[in-house]
Design a protein around this ligand. Structure first.
Ligand SMILES: Nc1ncnc2c1ncn2[C@@H]1O[C@H](COP(=O)(O)OP(=O)(O)O)[C@@H](O)[C@H]1O
Ligand SMILES: [Mg+2]
Length: 309
């Protein structure tokens, strides 16, 4: 059988590889700060003839920038990045290989997980939300993280060895770290706490996002901090995602205000897309848009969702 670039051979079995994630796209504004974290991850991954790379774990609240850190390193090191999204129902075998019906009758295709693909390709594997995976599933990781650097697949009946270039990193929300079993945590070093960026760094993230579009952006950022301080009593302690969503929503509210077609017909989604610049935020954000967005995202009482029995 002719093999395609998505295919590889493990022992005697032909498998399909997972797709890498290429973070080079216009959704990402410039990367700000995080020098210490970048240094720590890079240092952890240094290896030598008799030294294995370490397997760091990023710990932080949602939206703080854990994924983004890994994207930056993948870009800087030109390594392929494979992301495995952890959740409660992941099984040990899924961490390694899955099967699907083949295109021709009576055949099955084996699909290597992002982890196993990173191992054979010498790429980076990010196991995101590792704290959500059950200990039973994570047991399979142990041989990947120690000197063995292999994974045994029952489905394939084969052992998958890691390429020397393979690097592993995991990320978890702060609240889930205590759910991780000791046999995994003890192999995940260093533990890197990803904290809130400083006020200046948040300012820079927002300025870059609004780059060249709004000369009043500094006034809007000042207004945002006044509202934030009133709301939380402190400066600086906002996750980049929340700050970006706030300005993103304000920007869309300003765009919709100018799209009369939408106001009249309520369905001109393509019209709205046309009024949006390719990159960055909409030019016309005013104080009112920012205040509306702030209220919607942060101060409006949360909806009580009725529990169905
Ligand atoms: N240092 C940073 N510079 C610029 N943007 C950032 C930075 N950190 C996070 N972001 C942006 O904030 C958002 C949330 O980051 P993400 O990495 O997804 O958070 P987490 O994985 O911790 O939930 C993304 O849009 C990301 O691009
Ligand atoms: Mg994340």
């Amino acid at each position: 059988m002719e093999t395609t670039i998505r295919q590889a051979t493990i022992g005697n079995v032909t498998v399909y590889k997972s797709e890498p994630f290429d973070p080079v796209n216009s959704y990402f504004s410039s990367f700000i700060g995080r020098r210490n974290e970048l240094r720590l991850i890079t240092a952890s991954w240094i290896s030598g003839a008799h030294k294995m790379p370490l397997n760091p774990i990023l710990i932080g609240v949602p939206g703080i920038g854990k994924n983004r850190l890994v994207y930056e390193i993948a870009k800087k090191t030109s390594h392929k990045l494979f992301i495995f999204q952890g959740h409660e129902d992941v099984t040990a075998e899924e961490l390694c290989v899955s099967v699907r019906f083949g295109k021709t009758s009576n055949t099955m295709d084996y699909i290597l997980s992002p982890l196993a693909t990173a191992m054979i390709e010498g790429g980076i594997c990010l196991l995101d939300e590792i704290g959500k995976c059950r200990p039973k599933a994570l047991a399979l990781l142990v041989s990947v993280l120690d000197e063995r650097r292999y994974i045994d697949s029952n489905l394939l009946g084969e052992r998958i060895h890691a390429h020397p270039g393979f690097r592993f990193i995991a990320a978890t929300n702060t609240t889930d770290i205590n759910l991780l079993p000791e046999f995994i945590l003890s192999r995940m070093r260093p533990q890197i706490n990803v904290g809130y960026p400083s006020k200046d760094e948040i300012d820079d993230i927002l300025r870059r996002e609004c780059d060249g579009l709004n000369s009043e952006v500094d006034d809007l950022i000042d207004l945002f901090w006044v509202m934030w301080r009133e709301h939380t009593g402190q400066l600086g302690s906002i996750a980049p995602r929340d700050a970006l969503y706030l300005f993103g929503l304000a920007s869309r509210l300003s765009a919709i205000g100018e799209t009369s077609e939408y106001a009249e017909h309520g369905n001109a989604i393509s019209g709205i897309a046309d009024t949006f610049p390719d990159k960055g935020l909409h030019t016309g954000i005013s104080r009112v848009h920012l205040e509306m967005a702030f209220h919607k995202l942060f101060t409006e009482p949360k909806l009580e969702i009725p529990i169905r029995i």
